[in-house]
Design a protein around this ligand. Structure first.
Ligand code: SF4
Length: 193
């Protein structure tokens, strides 16, 4: 059976038993591991959200095993067992922790009204209502049933959709079905896991 780097360190972590298995002294490495900030953290395997390469990451959290404690992300690194990236991350992926722990992270939908210079926070209910209302209004106003030659085209030229890199295949499937049912031609998304 192949031993991964993570397995190797885990064996060391349970008391240096690996020293006899692998034939050399792991005591210094074991001592260092106990000092690491991730030593008692929970590992959650995930996928970098930034691009379609879909590199595997491990997110380390503490405080998620006790009641009434909000889990706290303390570290994110590449997953060495992941078949795509083997533990490596590009600079953008390596900054993933700052994406999670960032005071400037948006937590609410925002809208910039016509003519306005600033964005305003709105509720999710308000955002959904406004998206539905504007989608209907724009589709009704820009739907083309026949082209200039009288050929039936049934397309909506006033709407476009672009997907984000965190969208899953399932989400993209539903997006394509929904947009095509509206007649939307200008449609882009990103292949994802
Ligand atoms: S680490 Fe870089 S290459 Fe990998 S998925 Fe994230 S952004 Fe893409």
């Amino acid at each position: 059976m192949e031993t991964t780097r993570r397995d190797f360190l885990k064996v060391a972590a349970v008391g240096g038993a690996a020293a006899t298995v692998f034939g050399f002294d792991l005591a210094p490495a074991y001592a260092q591991l106990r000092e690491l900030k991730i030593a008692r953290a929970t590992e959650t395997r995930s996928t970098c959200p930034y691009c379609s390469v879909s590199c595997g990451v491990i997110i380390y959290t503490i405080g998620d095993k006790a009641k009434n404690v909000t889990p706290q992300v303390i570290h994110v690194e590449g997953d060495p067992d992941h078949p795509i990236n083997h533990g490596t991350l590009c600079p953008k992926g390596a900054s993933l922790e700052q994406d999670i722990l960032n005071e400037r992270r948006l937590l609410k939908p925002q809208v910039r009204r016509p003519g306005a210079t600033a964005w305003e926070d709105i509720s999710w209910d308000q955002a959904l209502d406004e998206i539905a209302r504007w989608t209907k209004k724009t589709r009704d106003a820009t739907f083309v049933e026949k082209d200039a030659g009288g050929k039936t085209v049934n397309r909506c030229e006033g709407l476009a959709w672009t997907g984000g890199c965190t969208d899953t295949n399932e989400f993209n499937y539903l997006v394509v079905k929904t947009m095509r049912s509206l007649g939307v031609c200008y449609l882009e998304n990103q292949a994802r896991v």
